[in-house]
Structure formats: structure tokens, C-alpha cells
Design a protein around this ligand. Structure first.
Ligand code: HEM
Length: 237
């Protein structure tokens, strides 16, 4: 990791973004981490790793949770099914914990279906030598970016890929038995924050579903407002 470019200005820049993103558990965890590192003089490497943790870990989780909220607004039947599952497993008076995860397959399916929409592209990598792939020459020095979206929208892998169908991830014969989406990349440079990200998003989703019901806003005319869905063509969502 190239840490030498990080100075206190950069660290304070990240702290400012933390302020803007304040409120998520991940944001406060990372903020305290960066602050602790900043207090130690010359700990540029520590500051660098804390800033990287924040840079790579904040928008990914935030985008995924935003897509989750949107999906629950648009698919109340999915939300209801997940809440029924949570009620059956948790009973009354407690929130989900990580030990409940294996007992909540439908919540898991909602997480996977949400993630499938989240990361369209991998990060750029440079080919260190000439390489042949499927009859194509990739010359040394080429920039290669994994097109994750071409996999997550491949109708040979995902039935009706443009639709939000959590059941696709439930085991067969009742579910579709489709594979988890490869949104964390693959190989040597696979996302190192995938377990942190996955656990952070799971506990947030499970807790939100257990604690509240997300519904459409109601306009002044008393009618429900259905949000218009528009995805941008960027690194995330
Ligand atoms: C929904 C959550 C997340 C998704 C979808 C995601 C996805 C990705 C993807 C697709 C890559 C590029 C892999 C490649 O090009 O081969 C990546 C790299 C990376 N991710 Fe994540 N990520 C998530 C959360 C996090 C979190 C929470 C952290 C840190 C705590 C993190 C840290 C990183 C870092 C440092 C890299 C660069 C790794 C390298 O180049 O060697 N990510 N992530």
C-alpha cells in the first residue's frame, strides 16, 4: 500500500467524510480508528491503513444498504416474508445476533439479492506480462477491470436477472439454488474487507427488518409515492 502520500491533511479529509457519513456503526468504528492512529506521530502506515479501510469500506456498505432500503420499499412481500422468518426464529423481545444467521435463510437471500445489484465493476489491475485468455492476447501493461455486472446480469446464471427475486438464492427444490454473486471480485486481489463488509451489512439488514417496517412515503394527496429507480454508471451501484 502506498502510504507515503498520506499526510495529516489527507487524514483530516477522511475524518470530514466520516462526519458526513456519521451514524453508521462502521463509520464510527473507522473514525475512532483513524483518530487513534492520528494521535501517534509518524504512524503514517497506520493512518494509511485506517484511511484505506474507510475509503474502501464506507461507500460499499452505504450503497448496499441504500439499495436494500429501496428494495424493501418496492417489494413489501419480500420484507413481510423476512419479518415472518425473523419473528419465528427470534420470538418476542430480542434483536438478531450473528449466531442466528444460519437460521435465517430468507434474510440471507435478501442480502445476496441486494449485493447482486451493488458492485458493477472490480478495481483496475495491470497485466505484468503478455497473457492469453480465451484466444485473446492481453499485452503486458494492459489495464484489466473485471466486469462483475456482466456476471450478475447473465441470464444463463440468474433467472430473470433484472428482477429482485431473493428466492433465487434459496436451496433447491423450493428455491432457485443460484450461486452467490461474485461482488467481492476474485483471485489474488479479492476484496480483503469482504468478511467485515458482509457481516456489517447482514447485521444491519437483519436488525432493520426486525425493528421497523419500511413503507412508501405518502404524498399530500394521501397517495403512496413509488420512487423512480435510476442507477448511475459508476464504480458502485
Ligand atoms: C458491500 C461491501 C463491499 C463490496 C461489494 C466490495 C467489493 C470490492 C471489489 C469488487 C474489489 C475489487 C476486487 C478486484 O478488482 O479484484 C474490492 C477491493 C477492495 N476492497 Fe472491498 N468491497 C466491500 C467492502 C469492503 C470493506 C468493508 C473494506 C475494508 C474494510 C474493503 C476493502 C477493500 C480493499 C482495501 C480493496 C483493494 C484490494 C486490492 O487491490 O488488493 N472492501 N472490494
Amino acid at each position: 500500500m502506498a502510504c507515503s502520500a498520506l499526510d495529516s491533511g489527507t487524514v483530516h479529509h477522511w475524518l470530514k467524510i466520516c462526519e458526513q457519513r456519521a451514524g453508521t456503526a462502521e463509520s464510527s468504528f473507522v473514525r475512532s480508528h483513524i483518530e487513534a492512529m492520528s494521535e501517534e506521530e509518524n504512524n503514517v502506515e497506520g493512518q494509511g491503513s485506517a484511511a484505506m479501510l474507510h475509503a474502501a469500506g464506507t461507500d460499499t456498505i452505504w450503497v448496499t444498504l441504500t439499495i436494500f432500503i429501496l428494495a424493501m420499499v418496492l417489494h413489501p412481500e419480500c420484507q413481510r416474508r423476512a419479518q415472518e422468518e425473523l419473528d419465528a426464529v427470534l420470538g418476542a423481545g430480542r434483536l438478531p445476533e450473528f449466531r442466528d444467521r444460519p437460521s435465517l435463510p430468507y434474510v440471507e437471500a435478501i442480502l445476496q439479492e441486494t449485493l447482486r445489484q451493488a458492485a458493477p465493476l472490480g478495481l483496475p489491475h495491470v497485466s505484468l506480462e503478455d497473457d492469453m485468455y480465451n484466444g485473446m492476447l492481453i499485452t503486458k501493461g494492459s489495464i484489466v477491470i473485471a466486469n462483475i455486472r456482466s456476471i450478475t446480469l447473465d441470464e444463463n446464471i440468474y433467472h430473470k436477472p433484472t428482477e429482485f427475486i431473493p428466492e433465487r438464492f434459496l436451496p433447491q427444490p423450493t428455491g432457485g439454488g443460484e450461486p452467490a454473486p461474485p461482488v467481492y471480485g476474485c483471485g489474488q486481489r479479492i476484496c480483503p474487507g469482504r468478511h467485515f463488509g458482509d457481516n456489517s451489512i447482514w447485521i444491519a439488514i437483519a436488525t432493520i427488518l426486525a425493528a421497523v417496517t419500511i413503507t412508501k412515503a405518502v404524498g399530500q394527496d394521501g397517495e403512496e409515492i413509488t420512487p423512480e429507480v435510476r442507477f448511475k454508471s459508476t464504480l458502485l451501484k
